[in-house]
Write a protein that binds this ligand. Structure first.
Ligand code: SF4
Ligand code: SF4
Length: 388
């Protein structure tokens, strides 16, 4: 059976037009009731990367977010909340939501903000690349996560769409340390695939009315793509996005990793592109709705062999390091370490001592240290070999 990606043409953010487009798209997907039970706790996860005005195309447009709220509320969903953890730890979710206009729409629909400032370690032993995530509290408490992502370019992964948007389920500074831990596009994408398997979003809605090209995900240029995309399959959705900008999804690490992890398909023969005028092929979609000159990195990724080997070579890796002058021997790092046999020992008068062979580089210890004694250490050799 083919994986459906709904494509709704839409060339403006007039609320009534967006409302109609979102309602029509969800109907073409089988109706929201076929995807989420009425009694379930629903969490909307827009892209709230930064404190930015909607027209900058950094964040999900509030009109799209509002239209999703409208469908859910008018369909009788009583437990709906929303949130995201912005990229910069000094920007709170509340400030980002206010700046981009999403908080106002949420208030209009009586949709409260979920807790994205705090979280805890969630173990995911099935993970191939990452076996634990520091997930926001709201994400842990939801039944049905709804991904309301933005169509943008991304410096590391070429594009950010459905798969990448789940990174905001991780709390504040842990996202930065995640980047430090997964130093190239392939391993970072592998981690994102694990994260998507862990948080398991139920539905994906992509705002591609005005997308971002060039130096994304926050410093690029808004560009009209004039589509909303929806799917239950994040890989198929991102692959259709890639197709529309004339990019082979095999060049998109998040598509490759997520497909390999079983999250969906990037094979166009297995994807049904459903529009209000009927089903079309990806070739037809590209012809009718695509943008050949979309500014996205189309070259080869830098593939340093040593950079790829870095995760396998402990002495090359980034690692947590405690400053003995600042350490107060409180033991919080040991308590917060998710490794069962503990990769750091401290407390009872003993300062932090690491066992890097056991350490999975999750940086929970660094997040929790009350004395700010722990930093992410990168050796000169690591820097030299491209651990940027
Ligand atoms: S949490 Fe920080 S201050 Fe406390 S023992 Fe660990 S490194 Fe030292
Ligand atoms: S020592 Fe720190 S970074 Fe390493 S596994 Fe434990 S909490 Fe994570």
């Amino acid at each position: 059976m083919k994986h459906t990606v709904v494509l709704i043409p839409l060339d403006n953010y007039e609320q009534q037009n967006v409302d109609a487009a979102v309602a029509q798209g969800l109907s073409l997907l089988g109706g929201v009731e076929s995807i989420i039970g009425k009694e379930e706790k629903v969490l909307l996860k827009p892209n709230l990367l930064a404190r930015a005005l909607p027209q900058k195309a950094i964040t999900t447009h509030p009109a799209v977010f509002s239209a999703v709220c409208k469908v859910l509320k008018e369909s009788g969903y009583a437990h709906v909340s929303y949130g995201d953890s912005p990229g910069n730890p000094t920007t709170t979710p509340e400030k980002a939501a206010e700046a981009c206009g999403i908080a106002a729409e949420a208030r209009k629909w009586g949709v409260p903000a979920g807790e994205f400032n705090t979280g805890s370690v969630v173990h995911f032993p099935e993970g191939e690349t990452c076996k634990s995530f520091y997930l926001c509290k709201a994400v842990q408490e939801t039944d049905a996560l709804v991904n309301v992502c933005k169509m943008k370019t991304h410096a590391l992964e070429r594009i950010t769409g459905a798969v990448k948007n789940m990174y905001g389920c991780i709390t504040g500074v842990n996202k930065a340390t995640g980047h430090a831990h997964y130093p190239n596009s392939e391993v970072f994408a592998d981690m994102l695939a694990d994260l998507n398997r862990c948080v398991n979003p139920r539905l994906h809605i992509m705002d591609g009315v005005v997308a971002m090209e060039g130096n994304g995900p926050s410093s690029g240029t808004p560009v009209n793509m004039n589509v909303l995309l929806m799917s239950l399959d994040p890989v198929a959705l991102d692959s259709v996005f890639a197709g529309l900008i004339h990019l082979d999804p095999h060049q998109v690490p998040t598509c490759v990793s997520a497909a390999r992890a079983g999250l969906g398909t990037m094979t166009y023969d297995d994807i049904a592109v459903r529009t209000p005028d009927g089903e079309i092929t990806m070739e037809e979609a590209r012809e009718k709705y695509g943008k050949k000159d979309f500014d996205v990195f189309r070259g080869e990724m830098k593939k340093s062999l040593l950079a790829k080997l870095m995760p396998l070579l402990p002495f090359l890796q980034h690692r947590p390091k405690a400053d003995m002058k600042k350490c107060i021997a409180c033991g919080v790092c040991e308590e917060s370490c998710p490794v069962p046999e503990k990769a750091v020992h401290a407390g009872n008068g003993k300062k932090a001592k690491y066992d890097y062979k056991k350490c999975i580089r999750c940086y929970c210890c660094q997040e929790m240290c009350p004395a700010k004694a722990i930093e992410v250490y990168r050796s000169p050799l690591n820097k030299l070999l491209g651990g940027k």
